[in-house]
Design a protein around this ligand. Structure first.
Ligand code: MN
Length: 501
């Protein structure tokens, strides 16, 4: 089973009747082989399903409607093996609701220079057919990803796989519900947003609950469930002595397990894939959930602190994109800076809630006072993030549209022990450099909460934004602030126009 093997993308090949049966048989055989080889590629996380070659307006429209109706089809790959007059694609492209990838490839990689004749020229004619298709799709303003290159080239397969991962996240977004316990942290602006618009644009449903609903579920947790979880904590983490059996804070560990079991049960009962909480609304909860949130994130749940449902959604969606890939994904916050000019860095962390999927080594399970809020000391996992390239991304609600801002960063070794910092953390150097990245982030209105992923780069986020029709701003090694400033101005005009009256 592939990591996202319950999902499939369809390979739909365009041609036309004019070529006759023999050519069309060859087109079908070639596209079948292409689908089979892509399907067997371990890089592609989903199934690749071959669909019959389409040669008419009716067969194209039917295929597109079938794709819309299929629960397992998350996207459609389109390729014109031969010249395929594009007017017959109009009805299909008007109907299609699934993400599209326009694959501009050719079955034969090399030309048979000594044997090439006009039959070969007409059979392998995507250079013409895909230009014709691209023109029409552009004229109809059809959102799509375009990938050019030979279909056996690992780079091409990799980019198809990235798009397929984004398409799985898009499918997930259409079903994702987020449980929101309490409201936004008081007076905070960038974690706010329009939940109705989010459901229209992304599919994501954000549903509020009283914290007492959750605390009732937590109080109802049976003792056996607590014992079972504590046993797992002992296996998976190095427990601080005061939390170990017989330790004087053991009760706090049992309470943390009770919170985890209650939260898990609540989320499962409501089929929620993500959640938020806030330390300002903890009615009935004895600790701010720390360990529970960390472990739920490690199991794939999205999370946003302080009522931040936009980041909760993004964490869940990136976790779906990253399914089966090495490297973890976590909720994150740019917390503080090391501005040593030799190598300026960001210290990312949160009060408690960093996902252990990004840990460099076995986490320690500790208990410390929380310097804000009024509850008992919360139990949490403490660790350093694994080093290497990563992406941080945040979603902003600009009032009239959503914008995802992403920055490619390098997580580095802090070079120092942090003996008095009682939370999990990641230290990184933003690309191209801290000054440029942060200036670009600030003028783009990038949020203070983010998702950090070591498993994926920025490309599936860009693909996802294209599927959703929302804005995407990338900050990476090629970024210049002056160019971002212009891009933001152009985007403001574009999105205003495309939105209409
Ligand atoms: Mn925060």
């Amino acid at each position: 089973m592939k990591p996202l093997g319950e999902y499939e993308v369809w390979l739909v090949t365009g041609s036309q009747e004019m070529y006759g049966d023999e050519t069309l048989r060859q087109v079908a055989a070639n596209s079948k082989r292409m689908a089979a080889e892509l399907d067997s590629s371990p890089v592609l996380p989903v199934r690749v399903v071959h669909r019959p070659v389409v040669t008419s307006s009716e067969s194209i429209a039917t295929t597109c409607r079938d794709a819309n109706a299929s629960d397992s089809c998350v996207g459609v790959i389109l390729w014109m093996h031969t010249f395929s007059p594009a007017r017959m694609w109009i009805a299909g492209l008007q109907a299609i609701r699934k993400p599209l990838l326009h694959l501009h490839t050719q079955f034969n990689r090399d030309l048979p220079w000594a044997e090439i004749d006009m039959d070969f020229m007409n059979l392998h004619q995507s250079a013409h057919g895909d230009r014709e298709f691209g023109y029409l799709a552009t004229r109809m303003q059809v959102a799509r990803k375009t990938v050019a290159g030979h279909w056996e080239d690992p780079q091409v397969v990799g980019r198809i796989a990235t798009w397929a991962r984004a398409a799985c996240a898009w499918q997930e977004a259409q079903h994702l519900t987020i449980a929101r316990f309490g409201d936004t942290m008081r007076h905070v602006a960038d974690t706010e947003g329009d939940k109705v618009e989010a459901q229209i644009k992304l599919g994501v449903a954000v549903n509020g609950y009283g914290v007492s609903d959750l605390s009732d579920a937590i109080r109802a947790v049976p003792g056996a469930a607590i014992d079972d979880l504590v046993q797992r904590y002992e296996q998976e983490y190095d427990l601080a002595p005061e939390l170990a059996e017989g330790g004087d804070r053991r009760g706090a560990l049992l309470e943390a397990a009770r919170i985890e079991a209650g939260l898990r049960g609540f989320l499962a009962a409501g089929r929620h894939g993500a959640f938020t909480d806030t330390f300002e609304n903890l009615d009935g909860l004895r600790q701010l959930p720390g360990l529970a949130v960390q472990r739920l994130m490690a199991d794939g749940f999205g999370f946003g602190a302080e009522g931040d449902w936009k980041t909760a959604a993004l964490v869940r969606l990136v976790k779906v994109m990253a399914t089966g890939l090495p490297g973890g994904t976590s909720f994150m916050e740019d917390y503080t800076y090391d501005l040593d000019p030799a190598a300026p860095k960001v210290l990312g962390a949160h009060m408690l809630e960093v996902c252990p999927s990004i840990a460099r080594s076995r986490p320690r399970c500790e208990i410390h006072p929380l310097s804000i809020g009024s509850r008992s000391d919360p139990v949490r996992l403490v660790f350093d993030a694994d080093t290497g390239p990563a992406v941080v991304a945040g979603m902003t609600d600009l009032g009239e549209r959503f914008r995802i801002v992403a920055n490619v960063v390098d997580i580095v070794d802090a070079g120092h022990e942090l003996p008095r910092l009682p939370v999990a953390r990641a230290v990184w150097q933003p690309r191209p450099d801290l000054r440029t990245a942060v200036e670009a982030w600030l003028i783009a209105g990038g949020a203070h909460h983010t998702v950090l992923s070591r498993a994926v780069g920025p490309e599936p986020l860009a693909d996802f934004a294209e599927m959703a029709g929302i804005e995407f701003v990338l900050i990476d090694e090629e970024t210049r602030v002056s160019a971002v400033q212009k891009e933001l101005r152009w985007n403001a005009a574009y999105y205003h126009l495309v939105r209409g009256l």
